[in-house]
Design a protein around this ligand. Sequence first.
Ligand code: GLY
Length: 371
Amino acid sequence: MSTTGFVTVPVALGERSYEIRIGSGLMTGVGADAKALGARAATVVTDAHVGPLYLDSVRASLEAAGLAASDIVLPPGESTKSFRHLEEVSNALLAAKIERGDLVIALGGGVIGDLAGFAAAILRRGVRAIQIPTSLLAQVDSSVGGKTGINTKAGKNLIGAFHQPSLVLADTDVLDTLSPREFRAGYAEVVKYGLIDDLSFFSWLEKNWTEVFAGGEARTKAIATSCTSKASIVARDEFETGDRALLNLGHTFAHALEAAVAYDGTRLVHGEAVAIGLALAFEFSARLGLTSEDDADRVRDHLKAVGLPTRIQDIPGEVGDAAHLLDLMGQDKKVSGGRLTFILARGIGRSFIASDIPPQNVLGFLSEKLA
Ligand code: GLY
């Protein structure tokens, strides 16, 4: 792999500003980037799926740039986002003598990005991090915006911190090794950006999705447009006191469905849950008279066309009844005062935060969907 030019998306956050670079071969240049940031040492945090593919070249790049490189390889999977592995990573960073001026490098998907980012946030009250996301989902969502954290028995991501990375390297070469299922799942988050506030991007995806799946310029454009959209929302609401919640479009339904299958990734991966959640958010918006049935159909048709699930019934096995799903939404951290917060839409590209949805409306809607 070699770096052949890249697209840069700035994330404008004052003194916490940074760049997202998107392009081929970027991870092999991470040593020069780490050196340019003034680091002497870097610890790469990765997992046993990604490590064998890319760890050697990342370490070689760091060492060639004169940095003291070390690594920690964790088990793959959501259960790695735990206190136990946070302790393990923290101890590895201390053993490697990572100081404030040094770097934690998150090499992996969302699990590694969130865990390593959180370890960086709390080590010595905050050291810098570079995110090298290796899934489409992590490239367009979790590596950008500084949300880091771990899961506990009480729920996902309930312990964490906002800690912006110093640089995101979205190396598009890594996407060629993803399974079709994993790539499709990440694509649901790409579609989300069109649905939030960019009808022309959604229309472009409808026409060009096969090229996005094939790779090349269309794929880079889709990632860059997604990152630009996320960067703009994060820049106006870094700590989610308002607009940033728009990024949760489809996610209240999605989190309940993931909980209903006990986060069993063989039945449902996060991006698939988001695809169903997006379809449901538009159908629910249509049911409430906010958007047209045509828009809801158009959203579902596109997600279906790329092979994503769009109905609760598309999930293999039982997920429980409407009351159970509603109860799982009640566990979600977006609930306030018995009312539910949903991101709903007045049309494609016209999403908004609705913080006053009576649970019985949701119950009725889910009962129909499950019938
Ligand atoms: N993934 C949602 C956010 O970053 O706010």
